[in-house]
Design a protein around this ligand. Structure first.
Ligand SMILES: Cc1cc2nc3c(=O)[nH]c(=O)nc-3n(C[C@H](O)[C@H](O)[C@H](O)COP(=O)(O)OP(=O)(O)OC[C@H]3O[C@@H](n4cnc5c(N)ncnc54)[C@H](O)[C@@H]3O)c2cc1C
Length: 389
């Protein structure tokens, strides 16, 4: 497997510290040597390569930007660079890391009791336990505020009834963060895998994110101890706080997929010849596509870097992260389409990663707030008028 040379048109690396470059190099080497060689087969067979989990735990990738409880305590730039490298392998691998860190460890870290943190965070950080995040329901996707899953207090326990769907890692998770309606509003709960009344079943037939596990979660009089409620997660805004963490990682991650598509197209068109001895890359129409890709990737890197700096300074707004997620997913998807085009027929075959990235990025456009929803968040930020309804 050839080593990834990196994509850096504007001397972006001059913005990075020695430590940030080292973190990226560690993630890059892991992806080049361990992860990337597995994903052609993983995608085709629809099986997540679970052997990578422990290695990613050892490297500190899970909850990397959280402090304490065994977490690496990295800056948001370092965390973003890890996401970028990981998604270069496959969006399904980045989804695993995003869910584990941003959607499971973050809510326990931010909203959990000391006992919950001590019990779960070290295991999740090490990859000894896997988590999932259950917010979406069959009838409530973009609008989770309508959720039907209910939790009622009974004899000192909580009893959950309802269904969640499209849940990454649902059937392999040791613990599910489940959002449910209570008489006090929406609250978050920790539901352990073996709890009676809780079951998970996998969704089949996906033509995108094939290397990622996606499940439905079913709760039928599922009784959990009172201590399994996240004490500080009050209202839907707590769940949305987790989504902001995950969307931030996506904004960086998709740059990795875009870079892989760009670099594949650039090197392919430099060697492939048609109509004489000139490589495809010598034609103006081809250069126009490469120029578009490198320009958008470079702008996307600067956007991601700036939002990370705002996040480190405690100044980031959800609407900033919406712009990052929406823009960088859109440009990554377009890079995948252009790259597919430039490879001609070879663009559709799994000798190259392009079609896999393209199919995966269709999911990334939809999950963690669709492109439309982030457009409306930005629209509300600049007009003051919410246009969701
Ligand atoms: C592979 C995969 C993994 C996932 N993992 C998770 C997970 O781990 N946990 C979890 O909770 N969820 C997960 N999801 C679910 C994901 O977050 C939802 O699919 C997403 O929120 C969109 O909801 P929906 O699919 O119901 O689409 P809908 O909300 O039905 O939207 C359909 C279309 O209508 C548009 N639309 C909706 N409302 C508006 C509006 N007001 N204005 C304009 N357009 C609108 C949308 O933008 C979209 O284009 C996952 C999804 C996928 C595909």
């Amino acid at each position: 497997m050839p080593r990834f040379p990196g994509v850096d048109y504007l001397d972006f690396d001059s913005l990075l510290s020695e430590q940030e470059l080292l973190v990226r190099q560690t993630a890059r080497q892991f992806v080049d040597e361990q992860a990337q060689p597995l994903f052609r087969e993983a995608y085709n067979s629809g099986v997540f390569p679970r052997q990578l989990i422990a290695q990613m735990g050892e490297l500190g990738f899970f909850g990397a930007n959280l402090e304490g409880y065994g977490c690496a305590g990295m800056s948001n730039v370092e965390y973003g660079l890890i996401m970028q490298e990981i998604e270069r392998a496959d969006s399904g691998l980045r989804s695993f890391v995003s869910v584990q860190g941003a959607l499971v460890m973050f809510p326990i870290h931010a909203y959990g009791s000391e006992e919950q943190k001590q019990h779960w965070l070290p295991k999740l950080q090490a990859g000894e336990a896997v988590g999932c995040f259950g917010l979406t329901e069959p009838d409530y996707g973009s609008n989770p505020s309508g959720m039907l899953t209910k939790a009622v207090s009974q004899g000192g326990d909580w009893v959950l009834n309802g269904e969640k769907t499209w849940i990454t890692n649902g059937s392999v998770a040791d613990v599910a963060i489940v959002w449910a309606r209570t008489p006090d509003g929406i609250r978050g709960f920790l539901v352990e895998r073996s709890t009676p009344g809780f079951s998970a079943s996998d969704l089949h037939g996906k033509l995108s994110m094939r290397a990622s596990i996606t499940s439905s979660l079913h709760f039928s009089d599922c009784r959990i101890p009172a201590a399994n409620m996240l004490p500080c997660a009050k209202g839907l805004k707590a769940a949305l706080g987790c989504l902001s963490q995950a969307r931030f990682g996506i904004g960086w991650g998709v740059l990795g997929a875009a870079m892989d598509c760009y670099e594949t197209a650039r090197s392919y068109t430099l060697t492939r010849k048609q109509f004489g001895d000139k490589p495809l890359a010598g034609h103006q129409l081809v250069q126009e596509k490469l120029a578009w890709m490198i320009t958008e990737i470079s702008k996307g890197q600067l956007l991601a870097y700036h939002v990370a700096k705002l996040k480190d300074a405690g100044k980031v707004e959800a609407a900033h992260i919406s712009m990052l997620k929406r823009n960088n997913v859109a440009i990554a998807l377009e890079c995948a389409r252009l790259s597919r085009d430039l490879l001609g027929a070879n663009g559709i075959i799994d000798d190259y990663p392009i079609m896999r990235h393209l199919c995966n990025l269709e999911t990334v456009k939809t999950y963690e707030g669709t492109d439309h929803i982030h457009t409306l968040v930005i629209g509300e930020r600049v007009t003051g008028i919410p246009a969701y309804r």
